[in-house]
Design a protein around this ligand. Structure first.
Ligand SMILES: NC(=O)c1ccc[n+]([C@@H]2O[C@H](COP(=O)([O-])OP(=O)(O)OC[C@H]3O[C@@H](n4cnc5c(N)ncnc54)[C@H](O)[C@@H]3O)[C@@H](O)[C@H]2O)c1
Length: 257
């Protein structure tokens, strides 16, 4: 039997690299999916790329930073599928690369709106559904940047520290109801986000930036979105039935060196 047969999973940032890779693996394991992203065309492209059919997927455009849009994607999922077994709270933005004195305040606000408020609102509306059911697993996408400081990333780093804090608080609140809450903390992963970070960090030599970021990893390379998806699937699955409040680094050994 496939591991997610009969399970309903909501993914935000579903059109991005990690979201799409996770949707693919979950669909292969029989899950029904609600795919949420700011970019509806891109989600529809994911559905067509993965060959998903209408009975097993809902595609929704939502800005995770807008409360009424978050409520709408949660309500639409419950209306169509009747429950939520898993929530991959994954949408995020990188902001820019600049030391604190030069970091644009509006970029800081954008990063906090999406990465912190967006993650908070997802939890605010999904947790009550899961508490009422008496089961559920939530995986927040934090980052290695939520565990250490990286110069030039004051917005992104501090936002991901907040995601880790939220994971710890909500895991404790939800545990008595049979609901698990964990986080993945990816390192440098080969998606559009790293392409943007390479451009923001060394605009004159993005290829050099890519090599340097990869070389700083003990395993000597970027990770692939599928390698993050594998850990997210584990945490969403019943294989992780005794795992809660954990932060899983998926970073080729980078943070703990
Ligand atoms: N790629 C990495 O190296 C890396 C490392 C650590 C953590 N992460 C985290 O992984 C998650 C996924 O990133 P990715 O690498 O797949 O990047 P990505 O840029 O490929 O995907 C991000 C997705 O989030 C969506 N999104 C952005 N703002 C949104 C909003 N307001 N509402 C709804 N959707 C929104 C985008 O449209 C995009 O599809 C993010 O939270 C990111 O911070 C990525």
């Amino acid at each position: 039997m496939r591991k997610f047969e009969g399970k309903v999973i909501v993914i935000t940032g579903a059109a991005g690299g990690i979201g799409k890779a996770t949707a693919k693996k979950l669909a292969e394991q029989g899950a029904k999916l609600t795919l949420v992203d700011l970019n509806l065309n891109a989600v529809q492209q994911v559905i067509s790329d993965l060959g998903l059919d209408d009975s097993s997927v809902v595609a929704l455009q939502a800005n995770v930073a807008k409360e009424e849009e978050v409520k709408a994607y949660v309500d639409a999922t419950v209306e169509k599928f009747g429950k939520i077994d898993g929530f991959f709270n994954n949408a995020g933005v990188e902001g820019t690369t600049a030391n604190v004195e030069d970091y644009p305040t509006e970029t800081f606000e954008l990063v906090f709106n999406v990465n912190v408020k967006g993650a908070f609102l997802g939890l605010k509306y999904v947790v009550p559904v899961m508490k009422k059911q008496g089961f559920g697993s939530i995986v927040n996408t934090a980052s290695g940047a939520g565990l250490i400081g990286s110069p030039g990333f004051v917005g992104y780093n501090s936002s991901k520290h907040a995601v880790i804090g939220m994971t710890k608080v909500v895991a404790l609140e939800a545990a008595p109801f049979g609901v698990r809450v964990n986080a993945v903390a990816p390192g440098v992963i080969n998606t559009k986000m790293m392409r943007n970070i390479e451009k923001n960090t060394v605009p004159e030599d993005t290829e050099g930036a890519r090599k340097a970021f990869g070389a700083a990893v003990p395993l000597g390379r970027y990770g692939e979105a599928e390698e993050v998806a594998n850990v997210a699937l584990f945490l969403l699955s019943d294989d992780a039935s005794y795992v809660s409040q954990s932060i899983y680094t998926v970073d080729g050994g980078q943070i703990s060196q």
